[in-house]
Design a protein around this ligand. Structure first.
Ligand code: BGC
Length: 353
């Protein structure tokens, strides 16, 4: 009787300890992964790859998606802190709205890795794992420059711009990277933006949402391009490129423009094959996930954490040590090699998108 009571007490204590620390299986370390949304293919892949790789490395994983709602993400991250996660990996919905959670994490000495998107305005961001965001925009701009032969023809060519969510720190990096390449041609009159909308705030797309990008593109086509050709539409990613492609399909009758994108979402790769999008930027989520697992291992084992950029990503409180992975420009000429032969997709994945 007495023995049973002691056993019960020990069991209860063990259960309480497990609930408190989130440690299952005698000390398994729990990793909290907070992703923005399941609406976009890429975040599902990022989450799935990380979960798989962390579990294979012996971690327990708490993976949450926040439906693109900043307050949901905040409470999910707070739950991760309270349930004993030993490290947090966060792709922020709004770059500046996680401050209270990060302060709590810091008090508990829980390291924070900003995943793909930098978390701004807080000093408790320990590392940043991402792709070279400026280079993504530059590759898009260079693609437009080369596709229109801007250096060897006189033009002028008409161009429009669709950028990303103003709350996402990446969005300005992409836009500025592209503009660095294209602005000289605009200034020289070789590229003409007929709508006149060339500043980030006019061309941004709330939540990177396809429908929002489509309705703005429909307005622009209806207002400015009834009898004019559109030669290029610089879109910062695939979800916005898909909106622009829908608008072009619905309202535009001229020769199809060069349309850029980013992520190589299956739908956008299919659109490339069908001539509705010209290029995309491939960011291999397998690479970023693997890099993040390496970072976590290095942090938790008190090893030197490998980074390759210690100057670019200032979050207004500090320069966050960063590991940048390489983005790759993809179009019809190399999608087979980069996406299919590498095992990222099967041809059927694209056909059935
Ligand atoms: C990511 C892009 C993605 C976009 C929309 C950005 O922060 O870097 O890959 O397309 O968010 O989710």
């Amino acid at each position: 009787m007495f023995g049973k009571k002691i056993l019960g007490t020990i069991l209860c204590a063990a259960i309480a300890f497990t609930a408190l620390t989130g440690c299952a299986g005698g000390g398994t370390k729990k990793v909290g992964i907070s992703m923005p949304t399941q609406d976009l293919q890429r975040w599902n892949q990022d989450g799935a790859y990380m979960k798989e790789k962390f579990e294979a490395a012996g971690y327990e994983v708490d993976l949450q998606y926040a439906g693109n709602k900043a307050d949901t993400q905040l409470s999910q991250v707070e739950n991760m802190i309270n349930s004993g996660c030993k490290v947090l990996i966060i792709a922020a919905i709004e770059s500046s709205s996680l401050g209270t959670a990060l302060d709590k994490a810091a008090k508990k000495k829980i390291p924070v890795i900003a995943y793909d998107r930098l978390i701004m305005d807080n000093e408790n961001v320990d590392y940043y794992a991402t792709f070279d965001n400026g280079l993504v925009g530059k590759l898009q701009g260079e693609y437009v420059r080369d596709a229109l032969n801007l250096d060897s023809t006189s033009g002028p060519y008409n161009i429009e711009f669709t950028a990303g969510d103003p709350g996402d720190n990446n969005a300005t990096f992409f836009f500025n990277g592209a503009m660095e390449v294209l602005k000289p041609y605009i200034d020289a009159g070789k590229l003409v933006c007929v709508s006149g909308q060339t500043d980030f705030s006019s061309v941004a797309t709330a939540e990177w949402n396809t429908a929002n990008a489509q309705s703005r593109a429909e307005n622009i086509i209806g207002t400015y391009y009834a009898d004019k050709q559109i030669d290029a539409w610089l879109c910062s990613n695939d979800s916005t490129a898909q909106g622009v492609a829908n608008a072009l399909e619905k309202l535009y009758t001229g020769a199809y423009p060069v349309v850029t994108g980013q992520d190589c979402d299956k739908v956008s790769v299919k659109n490339m094959i069908n001539g509705k999008q010209t290029m995309s930027i491939f960011k291999d989520t397998r690479t970023l996930a693997a890099r993040t697992v390496t970072m976590v291992n290095q942090i938790l084992n008190n090893e030197t954490v490998e980074v390759n950029d210690t100057s670019t990503y200032n979050n207004n409180k500090k320069v966050v040590p960063t590991f940048l992975c390489d983005p790759v420009s993809v179009d019809l000429s190399n999608y087979q090699k980069v996406l299919i032969d590498s095992g990222y997709y099967t041809q059927a994945d694209i056909d059935n998108a």
